[in-house]
Design a protein around this ligand. Structure first.
Ligand code: PEP
Ligand code: MG
Length: 580
């Protein structure tokens, strides 16, 4: 009988996979406590140190095996783990527990793991919360050696070709090696959509489902597993009917991918000859390849946060510039929209190691443009670098979380100062670099006209616009069901923004997730959107809809849809719009 498990889907351009399970039970044994005598402390600490050294060597060996041309700078993830192995907060504290509490190293390590994980779990910032995974991975590595599992060999290439890897957890290093050894999907007990392993899976195009607790206990080695990375469903012991149905879906998905690839070179125009720009959202320079391979017309959102993460210092102007120059070069002449820093003070962007005290609601706190304006020394190097990157190729600058015209006026004044400074420094920059703002708080949408008057373009960030308009924490599972792009309030704010930009003849795009969902393409075209920016893997899906659309017809029908918005389920209205 088919057994279904539900987890968190990490959807990629390919989200379905099927194959025999490779159940990796490593690292799953819980440590048990035993007492040691005072004269055994030195030997116990030496045992711990040997395990740490072995873990370090193992990580270095993996680092050396990373295939060249790996699409992410995975070595940095491994370096993070190597640094953690050196970190006093981890190993030194474990030594102290062994010595003071006279317990075995496994138990002391487990205790320190619980403390650190507890601290990470308390953090408001979702990205930092996922850093708990790094602690888990490093502890697991040391435990493996402490518990004498050294001899357990790594799965070989033969073991893995065509298999679905089912593991308690996977480090980014595991993910990359498993992929290169032919694994077709990952299923894990832990991890979430913002973890490095999830980011990697997406980038490698490996379907993955995370967060199915205890799944390694339920699945048998070699049994056939069906993975749906879009819905987060994993099926085992599938009955013949389910299996046939899944295989048909897999075949259809493959055929569809092949068909969509044929659209890459085609001009993106509607049936009534209206040109539509389909742009890519990028998080890392490595994503450039994916963007161009899918025929992106440019980059509508480059999130620069990665430049600030996993480090103790701040990137300087030259590092910013080198990063942007790499992107500009990779894009070969198509424009890139660089978003300035969108982190908060609670996200530890500087060397201070503790979250700011008293930040009870970081989403409403000192973040993004607010933080940058409060700390111009943080902002200036990035602004200078973006302006300078404009001398290398087509670059636009975009401000996140704008909520008033005053903020825009202040940034524009700062940019004027910086340009004068660049002139004095004799450095090249683009004096006409387009400057725009994201519309992601209701206040910005309501003031879109005044913002557009001051700026060169607008871009609607629906992820935050929905969060702030509907008062839903976009990361809180408990209220996720309320996160609704079709809520009449959202549709009205989107329309208001597009109309304001159009009246003032300013380009307007959308770079929130809504733009990459083909269910909303016709609706957005009907509202008047002509520029969509999305994760590269979605471009061809949206393009397929655009090529079949007629904007005049959609505009007429969307106007009628708005008239019925308060009395009819918006989802049903959108289905109607998509049906014909
Ligand atoms: C958004 O809010 O829609 C957006 C694109 O920005 P981010 O998802 O990075 O907050
Ligand atoms: Mg946002």
């Amino acid at each position: 009988m088919t057994t279904a498990f539900q987890g968190i889907g990490i959807s990629t351009s390919r989200s379905l996979a099927l194959g025999p399970a490779f159940v990796d039970g490593r690292g799953g044994r819980a440590a048990s406590q035993s007492s040691i005598a005072v004269d055994e402390v030195a030997a116990e600490i030496e045992r711990l140190d040997l395990a740490v050294t072995a873990a370090r060597q193992a990580l270095k060996a993996v680092r050396n095996q990373i295939p060249r041309h790996t699409p992410l700078n995975i070595a940095e993830f491994i370096d993070t783990h190597l640094l953690m192995l050196e970190d006093a907060a981890l190993v030194e504290e474990v030594r102290r527990i062994v010595a003071e509490e006279l317990c075995n190293a496994e138990w002391a390590l487990q205790r320190q793991r619980d403390t650190l994980v507890g601290i990470f779990d308390e953090m408001d910032d979702p990205y930092l919360r996922t850093r708990r995974d790094d602690v888990e991975h490093v502890v697991q590595q040391i435990q493996t050696f402490l518990q004498g599992a050294v001899e357990q060999s790594e799965p070989s290439a033969q073991d893995l070709a065509g298999r679905v890897v089912v593991a308690r957890d996977l480090t980014p290093a595991d993910a990359i090696l498993l992929h290169h050894r032919g694994a077709v999907a990952f299923v894990t007990e832990f991890g979430g959509p913002m973890s490095h392993t999830a980011i990697l899976a997406r980038s490698l195009g490996v379907p993955a489902v995370m967060g199915i607790h205890n799944i390694t206990r339920y699945l048998r080695q070699g049994e056939l597993i069906l993975v749906d990375g879009e819905t987060g469903t994993v099926l085992a012991d599938a009955d013949p009917l389910t299996l046939t149905f899944f295989r048909d879906r897999l075949r259809a998905a493959e055929a569809r991918q092949l068909r969509l690839r044929g659209l890459v070179g085609r001009a993106c125009v509607t049936r009534d000859r209206v040109a539509i720009d389909l742009l890519a959202n990028l998080e890392l320079p490595e994503d450039v390849e994916l963007a161009t391979a899918n025929g992106a017309g440019g980059v509508g959102l480059y999130r620069t946060e990665f430049l600030y993460m996993n480090r103790r210092d701040l990137p300087d102007e030259e590092e910013h510039l080198a990063n942007y120059a790499e992107i500009v070069a990779g894009l070969g002449g198509i424009p890139v929209t660089i978003r300035t820093l969108d982190l908060g003070v609670e996200k530890r962007i500087d060397t201070a190691s503790e979250p700011a005290p008293g930040v009870s609601n970081p989403a409403l706190g000192l973040r993004a443009i607010r933080l940058c304006l409060k700390e111009p020394d943080l902002f200036r190097p990035q602004l200078r670098a973006i302006l300078r990157a404009g001398a290398i190729g087509p670059v636009r600058l975009m401000l996140p979380l704008v909520s008033s015209v005053h903020e825009v006026d202040t940034v524009l004044a700062l940019i004027r100062q910086i340009k004068a400074q660049l002139d004095r420094d004799g450095l090249q920059y683009d004096p006409n670099l387009p400057i725009g703002a994201m519309i992601e708080v209701p206040a910005a949408a309501l003031c879109a006209r005044a913002l557009a008057r001051r700026l060169d373009f607008l871009s609607i960030g629906t992820n935050d616009l929905i969060q702030y308009t509907l008062a839903i924490d976009r990361l809180d599972d408990g209220v996720n069901y309320l996160f609704d792009p079709t809520h009449p309030a959202i549709l009205r704010l989107v329309r208001m923004t597009i109309e304001a930009a159009r009246d003032l003849k300013r380009p307007v795009s959308m770079c929130g997730e809504m733009a990459g969902d083909p269910r909303f393409t016709r609706l957005l075209l009907g509202i008047g959107l002509r520029e969509f920016s999305m994760q590269p893997g979605a471009i061809l899906d949206v393009k397929e809809v655009v090529l079949q659309a007629d904007t005049r017809d959609l505009e007429r029908r969307t106007a009628a849809l708005f008239a019925r918005l308060d009395d009819t389920d918006p989802g049903a209205l959108i289905d109607e719009l998509n049906a014909a």
